[in-house]
Unconditional design. Structure first.
Ligand code: SDX
Length: 379
């Protein structure tokens, strides 16, 4: 066996083999099952893309209709999950609530038959169907309201916005949201997907797999950055004049500017380009966002100062501006990312089960050996 050198963050080290998605970080390309994300954003829907990611091929008409039907009919939450959620503190972060709810699903569906395609399909359907309902329910419950039931006449994205805002969304808003879900659905072996893979490799249940991935996505270096971008634009920068001094201050202090930089992309993230276009379309239709100009100026200055290091806008930079215009509260941006990425996590779970071997890397020990046990009174 060849022993590789240690690389912090496993940079550049393949952790698995996969045919699900592909990123070319130098050219700014992203493909799901060989199809460009731009084409899927334009022509597909989130559920069709999820099917593609998980089962490897675009569904035929009747396959898609069945998948949509099944998801539509599994959106409701068991009353015990809702009762459990009533005990959550309303000040708690929605990602923590989502992680607890995803894990709790395992209590209700404890049969584990990982070699049964029907079990795999049921778990995929339940998770894709119920996670949006959990996010919306937490939002209403923390405001002291009862969650509202999903509506069978609304598609996946329109129904989520309806459950969240208690108002049927404009079809254009629902379409934009659906494109956002497609864009976030999968991205090779990022931190949360790696987490999902490690958990999956122990042959635990899929609810534990998704719960561990949700916990990993929450951090500000990963999915949590979309929330931090809005805080930065609003509270830390605030005006166009402050952009340049803010960037210079961050560079001097070696602080990370949220929504920029990527382990793989050394050019602008292709998803950021599409999200920026979506933001502009939304502003044209529903009115401008005062922070958009600040965002554009920030991107310009970061590119000027850090472009030589390959630091450009990533997926989390413009998504928050889109979500805000759709009426989604800032601390739900990362749960929305999780709704979408559940498709990618499940695709990797299924792929991992196909050729499973438990993850058990090695380490380079940096401690000492043969140390004496020092009695308490002598320490
Ligand atoms: C996501 O992996 C995926 O695919 C993730 C994702 C997905 O779809 O799953 O694309 C989603 O997580 C997007 C990333 C969201 N995070 C942020 O926006 C947080 C800010 N960005 C970073 O902290 C950072 O760029 C990372 C975490 C995204 C990448 O970290 P790396 O690869 O470990 O890079 P690094 O922190 O070691 O930085 C390398 C250099 C350093 O400079 P030097 O010490 O070499 O001089 O680049 C600089 C860093 O200081 N740098 C930044 C920067 N990001 C990197 N400097 C200022 N601001 C930044 N944002």
């Amino acid at each position: 066996m060849t022993v590789c050198e240690y690389r912090a963050g496993l940079e550049g080290i393949p952790a698995t083999q996969s045919s699900i998605s592909f990123v070319d970080g130098q050219r700014g390309l992203l493909e799901y099952r060989g199809i460009s994300v731009e084409e899927l954003a334009e022509k597909s829907t989130f559920l069709e893309t999820s099917y593609l990611l998980i089962w490897g091929e675009l569904p035929k008409k009747e396959e898609l209709e069945l998948f949509e039907y099944e998801i539509c009919h599994h959106r409701r939450l068991k009353y015990r999950i809702r009762d459990m959620m009533k005990c959550f503190p309303e000040g708690g972060h929605p990602m923590d609530a989502l992680q607890a709810c995803a894990a709790a699903l395992g209590l209700f569906y404890s049969r584990r038959a990982l070699d049964d395609p029907a079990y795999i399909r049921a778990a995929v359907v339940r998770l894709l169907a119920k996670i949006p309902t959990m996010v919306a329910a937490f939002q209403l419950m923390r405001k002291g309201n009862d969650p509202i039931q999903p509506r069978d006449d609304l598609d996946y994205s329109a129904n989520f916005l309806y459950m969240l805002t208690e108002t049927e969304p404009d079809p254009f808003a629902a379409h934009v949201f659906d494109v956002c879900l497609t864009l976030h659905a999968e991205h090779t072996i990022n931190a949360s997907t790696f987490s999902a893979l490690v958990t999956a490799s122990t042959l635990t249940d899929p609810y534990a797999v998704v719960a561990s991935a949700v916990g990993t996505l929450a951090g500000p270096l990963h999915g949590g950055a979309n929330e931090e971008v809005i805080t930065m634009l609003e509270d830390e920068i605030g005006t166009i004049e402050n952009v340049r001094p803010y960037v210079e201050h961050c560079i001097e202090k070696k602080a990370k500017i949220m929504g920029f930089g990527h382990r793989v992309y050394k050019v602008k993230d292709p998803r950021a380009t599409i999200l920026q276009q979506l933001a502009e379309q939304l502003f044209e239709k529903y009115g401008e966002d005062q922070f958009y100009d600040i965002a554009v100026e920030l991107e310009r200055v970061v590119q000027e100062k850090l472009g030589h290091k390959g630091i450009y806008a990533n997926v989390d930079f413009y998504s928050g501006l889109v979500y805000r215009k759709l009426g989604i509260p800032t601390d739900l941006f990362t749960p929305v990312f999780a709704i979408s990425r559940t498709a990618g996590w499940l695709a990797h779970w299924k792929e991992q089960l196909g050729e499973n071997r438990i993850f058990r890397p090695t380490q380079i020990y940096t401690g000492t050996h043969g140390n004496p046990y020092i009695p308490m009174e002598k320490r």
